[in-house]
Design a protein around this ligand. Structure first.
Ligand SMILES: Cc1cc2nc3c(=O)[nH]c(=O)nc-3n(C[C@H](O)[C@H](O)[C@H](O)COP(=O)(O)OP(=O)(O)OC[C@H]3O[C@@H](n4cnc5c(N)ncnc54)[C@H](O)[C@@H]3O)c2cc1C
Length: 418
């Protein structure tokens, strides 16, 4: 369709993206500035699609970490940039914001916060109702193809069938799987960090340890040898590889490096945190001398926390047979067993998306943004919020918190400047 045939929609503010950040910006702006006409354009037919499916359908709204400085530690990308914004809008504000709208949040043992209703529908309905109450206009099936800064006062965004002219634009289009999907930002000449996935589990194709699927160990240390990234936490063996909090954290912090390695890397696991390969060997030698006639498949006390099947797997890896006693075990086998316990090297290849939550690392570079107002430095009048920024958190509610925070500040930035 030629440009002159496209409808022209005039508004004050156009928000690109009908997701978490888009709605949160719109609602907060409308409350502060009811005089402004606000339009959300959404490329799909679905509004708040990720909120709906988030947290396994329960929406992990935020995380019970109320100190801005500490909160920044959960963001592999964005920890520096978010410190100022978290002093303005942090977890306390999120809890209050929802409470004001009759949505109580509950905290689970691991710090994740969910609506008491235990369903993301509560959050979706809250946003939809607030948007309706505030007369926020929504255009679905409107994919933005280009953004034009006419004179730093008027902006045009172009879709397939219509053009929107506005005094300010909010980029809240979320994470993009491919750089090519960010084409519509080209005219703005922004530095963009190419997107790569974050928050995934590790694939161990055909590795025998996957036969132990379902087993977990509460305290482990895992390290990626190539990148040197290391984290402690619970580890879960699945039928495809390794999962659990420590793996997800590691996948987030090493997301870009693992992408550069084409997801071929070696995971080193220490299953006995109090020891290293050397010290555990000493312990094993002592056991051998003290309990020479005891069967090795009876777990020694230092391995009490390990599932029996994992212990037996380690014995088999060292070719220690079922009935072998400690006196039967030679030095080479002791070496292999020590390594299995404290420095088990597992080659990994590929990744599997973590269904509960996944995000993109990459997007608009922090240095393009004035984090006091969320305005683009090159284009005052264009604001940004949510996952489109090169900011992402680990799993646990941190990604939504970044969306609420940046959206709130963008709304305030517009309310104060327009
Ligand atoms: C399965 C899953 C579960 C998750 N669970 C959690 C959780 O429990 N807790 C948590 O903190 N985080 C969770 N996340 C991450 C969280 O959902 C995102 O970080 C958050 O939704 C980002 O909000 P956003 O508004 O920036 O982007 P989005 O929510 O992705 O919204 C962006 C919107 O913009 C639209 N759009 C894109 N391009 C255009 C265009 N050119 N024109 C018009 N519209 C466009 C998209 O269609 C989309 O609707 C989860 C993610 C996934 C995938």
């Amino acid at each position: 369709m030629a440009e002159e045939q496209k409808n022209l929609i005039e508004t004050d503010i156009v928000i690109i993206g009908g997701g978490a950040a888009g709605f949160f910006t719109a609602i907060n702006l409308a409350e502060q500035r009811p005089d402004l006409r606000i339009l959300i354009v959404e490329k799909t037919l679905l509004l708040l699609a990720k909120v709906q499916i988030s947290g396994g359908g329960r929406c992990n709204v935020t995380h019970a970490c109320f100190d801005p400085q500490k909160l920044t530690g959960y963001y592999p990308r964005g920890h520096k940039e978010l410190l100022g914004p978290f002093h303005i809008f942090n977890t306390n504000h999120t809890v209050e914001w929802f409470k004001k709208r009759n949505i109580k949040l509950k905290t689970e043992a691991d710090g994740r916060m969910f609506p008491v209703s235990n369903t993301s529908e509560t959050i979706v309905q809250c946003f939809l109702q607030e948007a309706q109450k505030q007369n926020i206009r929504i255009e679905k099936k409107f994919e933005v193809l280009e953004i034009r800064n006419l004179n730093h006062k008027t902006y045009e965004i172009e879709g397939r069938y219509a053009i929107v002219r506005a005094k300010a634009v909010v980029l809240a289009a979320g994470g993009h799987a491919k750089e090519s999907q960010l084409e519509y930002l080209k005219t703005l000449n922004l530095e963009i960090v190419p997107p790569v996935p974050s928050l995934f589990t590790f694939n161990l194709p055909q590795h025998p340890i996957t036969q132990l699927m379902g087993l977990s160990v509460a305290e482990t240390e895992i390290k990626i040898l190539e990148t040197k990234d290391v984290f402690r936490g619970p580890l879960l063996i699945t039928h495809w590889g390794l999962s659990g909090p420590a793996v997800l954290k590691l996948s987030a912090f090493a997301a870009r490096k693992l992408h550069d390695l084409e997801y071929r890397y070696t995971v080193r696991v220490n299953w006995c945190l109090e020891y290293n390969e050397e010290s555990i060997r000493q312990v094993l030698m002592q056991i051998k001398s003290e309990y020479a006639y005891k069967k090795a498949n009876q777990k020694p006390s230092f391995a009490a926390h390990l599932p029996q099947r994992l212990w037996e797997y380690m014995l088999q890896s060292a070719e220690i047979k079922d009935g072998d006693t400690w006196q039967n075990i030679n030095n080479k086998q002791m070496g292999i067993l020590s390594k299995s316990l404290c420095a088990m090297d597992i080659p990994a290849q590929g990744k599997t998306t973590f269904k509960e939550e996944f995000v993109t690392c990459g997007g608009i570079k922090g240095k393009e943004i004035d984090f006091k107002t969320m305005q683009l430095k090159k284009h005052p009048g264009i604001f940004v919020a949510g996952e489109i920024i090169n900011i992402d958190g680990i799993t646990g509610g941190f990604n939504f918190q970044a969306a609420w925070t940046t959206a709130y500040i963008a709304a305030k930035g517009m309310a104060d400047t327009l």
